[in-house]
Design a protein around this ligand. Structure first.
Ligand code: TPP
Length: 297
């Protein structure tokens, strides 16, 4: 057994939060373990990166609100020992919008999947980006509807086999980051799970950003998608995802909306503009003041 977090801090004589003091168990509902993810699923790595980012930012668990939709991706939220809301399929951003407006004191983080966020929830995504409300959205892209047995999603790559594309998918895919940037998200980025420290840093930047931060995590569904497409085990899948990335130094620009092959990683777009919650509260205060003034004799 490793030392408790407090004991480690005491040893170091510091409250600084770093990788040495990060014990993921401090952020998990261990009574829910064993978890339900398949061996090799990338979603667990993304969850670790997210909690590591939360730890390094020093976010108090009581002040953290995790909102997730339905899917293997959404289910990961249930394991986090914080305020968690597991809402209907496709709606975590709609729920999070209300929560962030009503409780600006909370750090609101959405965990969603490519199906949850881009298919049934696509409408909510573009409007969340448009508003630029202070929410972080971590979208786990495994190219498939994992939880329901492997149907095609809006990010299923061309020619890939799924239960709904038995002869190979022929639909063009969404580039989620291009979509989010075009719809006005304040900060947009992408990372593969293999680069866990980089993913953690990207998530830190998105969480810290006062506005809508969208992070696409290239995850892997080894058991269903990988098996059906003969992509090997998790290590092979993760390595080929990394090999498919273009280095960030190619430019901090988003890809074509319908990407042909490779993707870029890192921070891909910044769209600095006012955060909607503050604008909303100022507007509401002005409306209230006007109403009060009208009441005066
Ligand atoms: C209204 C509604 N429609 C459909 C479903 C069935 N359903 C559950 S999860 C899911 C897809 C999830 O896929 P994704 O968001 O990519 O997450 P993953 O499981 O791959 O992590 C679907 C279609 C549902 N639960 N509710």
């Amino acid at each position: 057994m490793s030392q408790s977090l407090d004991a480690v801090r005491e040893d170091r004589g510091t409250t600084e939060r770093s990788v040495e003091t990060f014990d993921i168990r401090d952020y998990l509902r261990l009574d829910l373990f064993p978890h339900f993810l398949c061996p090799g699923c990338g979603h667990g790595i993304a969850l670790r990166a997210l909690l590591w980012a939360v730890h390094e930012l020093g976010i108090d668990k009581d002040g953290l609100a995790i909102v997730s939709g339905i899917g293997c991706s959404g289910r990961t939220g249930a394991y986090i020992d914080a305020n968690t809301y597991h809402v209907t399929h496709g709606r975590p951003l709609a729920f999070a919008t209300g929560l962030a407006l009503a409780r600006p004191d909370l750090k609101v983080i959405v965990i969603t999947g490519d199906g949850d966020c881009l298919a049934i929830g696509g409408n909510h995504l573009i409007h969340a980006c448009r508003r630029n409300l202070d929410i972080t959205c971590m979208m786990l892209n495994n190219e498939v509807y994992g939880m329901t047995g492997g149907q095609a999603s809006p990010t299923t790559s061309n020619t890939r086999y799924t239960t709904t594309t038995p002869d190979g998918s022929i639909e063009p895919v969404f580039d989620a980051c291009a979509l989010a940037a075009a719809a006005g998200a304040g900060l947009v980025g992408r990372e593969v799970t293999l680069q866990t420290p980089s993913l953690k840093n990207l998530l830190k930047e998105a969480i810290d950003y006062p506005g809508f931060g969208f992070v696409e995590v290239i995850s892997d569904c080894t058991e269903i998608f990988g098996r059906k497409n003969d992509l090997g085990e998790s290590p092979e899948m993760i390595l080929s995802q990394k090999a498919g990335m273009r280095p960030e130094t190619y430019g901090r620009v988003v890809d074509e909306p319908f990407r042909p092959t490779a993707l870029r990683s890192g921070v891909l777009a910044r769209n600095e503009r006012p955060e909607y919650g503050a604008t909303y509260r100022r507007h509401a205060a002005a409306v209230r003041a006007k109403a009060e003034a009208r009441k005066q004799p």
